[in-house]
Design a protein around this ligand. Structure first.
Ligand code: NAP
Length: 484
């Protein structure tokens, strides 16, 4: 089965911050792959815009280098690279000044799909929105794409939403959370709502608890100054982990469209209970053989910012009442692994004497590495010696399941950018969702700041601080092993 390429309409995509790290590492290599897949209509164009004094050829050379560095296997297609970069243009522009805007206005067409990717810091969002409007470049159909971080608390997120709303409707604003573009995350919805098997079990009668883990091996070196003002709660939980939580916990939307899905996600966020301080564990990594400590990386010897956080929360509704959701994320952990795990209840009565522990079904949804799912089921251990039980995975690693079929693996950014061009907002965060997420995290952050809470130290390369293990031990449960 060759992946179907659904063509999009002709577009002009302007990437503000087109010379930056995100544009070179993700956005343009992603567009290059969509171009090779035949998804970019012949007369579509991509226009980089930033302050750097480049001409179109200089920008094309920069992006050819970026594809060489980040383009994956396809970069060997030299004709493809040449044809792709011929589609690129560049306008030197300062978001905070007037220079360059007239040239951009002359370049961008108003009779094709227009998208403006704000791949710059949020402090420039207002300037860009205002000047796009003032110079009559954007129309009531234009789309704008904005990156995280979307604010650092409720107040700043509200201010950003208000700034964008001065010139764009909510239906024009695409707030990216690239976790939502991952194949497995969408598969989570397909598995839940496309099968009759799981949904009847998806509630507090059958689910014991749910774990969400996003573990990274990297530290914060290189972005310590930014990260130290943010921390794991703002950088990861408020957006990525909460989005995953929403998708796993939401009620079935009436249809798979943007507002139906986002309405259900919003209800989950609004139903999240406040967390008791002793149900939150914050940590900082210590120096290890592979690198310095968090405080050294952050260049702040007195930093109280967390590079790790684990928490237990509950959703106050009929479906999930009494089911704990355990969330954790951290830097410099033992492996790079992201996983959602649904641990089902055991049967109250076992007919197999002494074998009760084995009878717990576990559905694991792996986001990385090896996107896929497995379901732990109990079977009889083979061989003589009586009825001994063993737990084995029914494995659905997508690459294996669809292995000999030529299925294209699309990166989250590729998929999301094409959704912008198609005008499909389902996998983007709505303004009220982002605000509701901050409204839940703000009091938690305010609480530990007011208590001068000191993060627990943990060994680099470990699974996080001891206290985070205790968070589950106290409930008679344990974290899944972090495995790369
Ligand atoms: P970056 O490498 O610092 O790039 C910033 C870009 O903005 C550059 O192209 C810069 O080019 C341009 N720029 C800065 N000031 C400008 C101005 N006044 N007018 C016009 N252009 C200006 O940052 P980045 O890593 O690409 O990140 C961009 C945004 O994406 C940030 O909001 C970041 O938080 C977010 N993000 C990044 C990543 C990532 O992996 N990098 C991941 C998630 C989210 P000139 O200096 O030439 O003007």
């Amino acid at each position: 089965m060759v992946a179907r390429v659904i063509p999009v309409e002709t577009f002009d995509l302007v990437i503000f911050g087109g010379t930056g790290d995100l544009a070179r590492r993700k956005i343009l290599p992603g567009l290059f792959r969509r171009f090779l897949a035949g998804q970019m209509p012949a007369d579509s164009r991509i226009i980089g815009a930033a302050r750097s004094a480049l001409d179109a050829d200089g920008y094309r050379a920069m992006i050819a280098d970026a594809i060489e560095e980040f383009g994956g296997d396809e970069k060997t297609n030299k004709k493809g690279v040449a044809d792709f970069i011929a589609r690129l243009d560049y306008v030197p522009i300062d978001a905070k000044g007037e220079g360059g805007w007239k040239a951009l206005a002359e370049l961008v067409r108003t009779d094709v799909v227009q998208a403006f990717y704000f791949s710059v810091g949020p402090s420039l969002f207002g300037d860009l929105a205002e000047r796009l409007h003032k110079h009559k470049i954007s129309t009531s159909d234009s789309r704008i794409v904005v990156e995280k971080p979307f604010g650092r608390d409720l107040e700043s997120a509200q201010a950003l939403n208000a700034t964008l709303a001065e010139h764009f409707n909510e239906s024009q604003i695409y707030r990216i959370d690239h976790y939502l573009g991952k194949e497995t995350v969408q598969n989570l919805m397909a598995v839940r709502f496309g099968n009759v098997l799981f949904e009847p079990l998806w509630n507090n009668h059958y689910v014991d608890h749910i774990q969400i883990t996003v573990a990274e091996t990297v530290g914060v070196a290189g972005r310590g100054a930014y990260y130290d003002k943010s921390g794991a709660m703002r950088d990861m939980v408020q957006n990525h982990l909460m989005q995953l939580l929403c998708l796993i916990a939401m009620e079935p939307p009436s249809k798979f469209d943007a507002d139906a899905v986002r309405d259900e996600k919003l209800k989950v966020i609004r139903a999240l209970e406040p967390i008791e301080p002793h149900h939150i564990v914050r940590g900082q990594y210590e120096a290890g053989p592979d690198g310095p400590s968090y405080r050294e990386d952050a260049e702040n010897p007195r930093s109280f910012t967390e590079s790790y956080i684990a928490m237990k929360t509950h959703i106050a509704n009929w479906r999930w009442s009494g089911v704990p959701f355990y969330l954790r994320t951290g830097k410099r952990l033992k492996a790079r692994a992201s996983e959602i795990t649904v641990v089902f209840r055991t049967n109250g009565h076992s007919i197999f004497e002494g074998e009760k522990d084995q009878q717990q079904n576990v559905l694991s949804i792996h986001l990385q590495p090896n996107e896929g799912m497995d379901l732990q089921v109990t079977i009889k251990e083979p061989g003589p010696g009586g009825m001994r039980l063993v737990s084995v995975p029914l494995d659905m690693t997508f690459a294996d399941a669809l292995g000999d079929q030529d299925v294209e693996v699309t990166d989250a950014y590729e998929r999301l950018i094409m959704d912008v061009i198609r005008g499909n907002q389902t996998l983007f965060m709505r303004g009220d969702e982002v605000e509701a997420a901050w409204a839940w995290t703000d009091p938690l952050i305010d609480g530990w700041e007011a208590r001068n809470d000191v993060p627990k130290l943990y060994d680099a390369g470990s699974s996080g601080p001891e206290d985070s293990l205790m968070l589950l031990h106290r409930d008679g449960r344990k974290w899944r092993e972090i495995k790369g």
